[in-house]
Design a protein around this ligand. Structure first.
Ligand SMILES: C[S@@+](CC[C@H](N)C(=O)[O-])C[C@H]1O[C@@H](n2cnc3c(N)ncnc32)[C@H](O)[C@@H]1O
Length: 247
């Protein structure tokens, strides 16, 4: 079960409006389509489908998968969505395929808190890549402790959403625990208030901040070669972008 923020239909419907600046994804389109020259892509944790549709618009063959049905329903309703193959579920339940590139954008990699789930999604990506295919993922750097900035004061916003009216949301961290590998597990609540009718939905999320050495090790353990770890061009110093190859 994904978090309410992705799974609840009313929250999924306002997700894009509350986070409209997706210039972060242009970096990944350039990496996947231009630099790696992919013709086929599996987007794991596709959410409301923005990235999958951007790739399909470039003529790539795209499969998007996410366990949050409400988010995938939003994706299916977007212009260009008919050019993407959508799946509700986890990557390990996908049918066999041989794609050039698998992606996990917008810190999808951090939703896998326990090591078994993390290993399972890496294995699922590996199995669905062609030999020589690439896995591209991003993850926040734990040493930057981004969660210290996730306060109600710093994050509160009020957005006028078409068909919904004013919608307010903010973030509040409820726990941040260090892990033995030098990373952290952070839990936060993100309330959303629909001013039109006063309805409030609290979504709770937990993210794992794995250090670079842990992510590199888990990629190697799953059979990947780590080709490159680069600074995220849109968030320099805050995130790493991992590019790993299935030999
Ligand atoms: C921060 S959103 C990013 C969505 C999308 N990649 C984007 O760039 O907008 C994280 C996504 O991970 C999804 N997710 C949660 N658990 C997952 C799992 N086990 N496998 C794949 N995706 C998962 C959530 O449903 C959500 O859509």
């Amino acid at each position: 079960m994904a978090d309410a923020i992705f799974e609840d239909p009313r929250l999924a419907a306002v997700y894009d409006a509350l986070d409209p600046d997706r210039s972060d994804l242009e970096v990944y389109v350039a990496l996947v389509a231009d630099e790696l020259g992919a013709r086929s892509v599996l987007d794991i944790g596709c959410g409301t489908g923005t990235f999958a549709i951007m790739l399909a618009d470039r003529g790539l063959s795209v499969v998007g998968v996410d366990p949050a049905r409400a988010s995938v329903d939003v994706a299916r309703g977007k212009p260009g969505a008919d050019r993407v193959e959508w799946h509700v579920g986890t990557a390990d339940a996908l049918p066999p395929m041989r794609v050039d590139v698998a992606t996990m954008t917008a810190n999808v990699a951090q939703v896998f808190v326990d090591d078994a789930a993390w290993g399972a999604v890496l294995a699922a990506a590996y199995e669905r890549l062609r030999p020589g295919g690439m896995l591209v993922l991003e993850a926040r750097r734990p040493e930057r402790r981004a969660w210290l900035e996730w306060t109600p004061e710093a994050t509160r916003q009020l957005v006028d959403v078409p068909h919904e009216g004013p919608v307010e949301d903010w973030v509040e961290v409820t726990a941040a625990d260090a892990t033995a590998d030098g990373g952290a597990i952070v839990t936060f609540v993100s309330p959303t208030v629909f001013h039109r009718d006063g309805h409030r939905i609290d979504s709770t999320s937990t993210l794992r901040f794995r250090p670079r050495k842990s992510i590199e090790r888990s990629l190697l353990e799953r059979g990947f070669d780590v080709v490159e770890v680069r600074d995220a061009p849109d968030r320099p110093g805050r995130e790493w972008v991992y590019v790993a190859r299935r030999p």
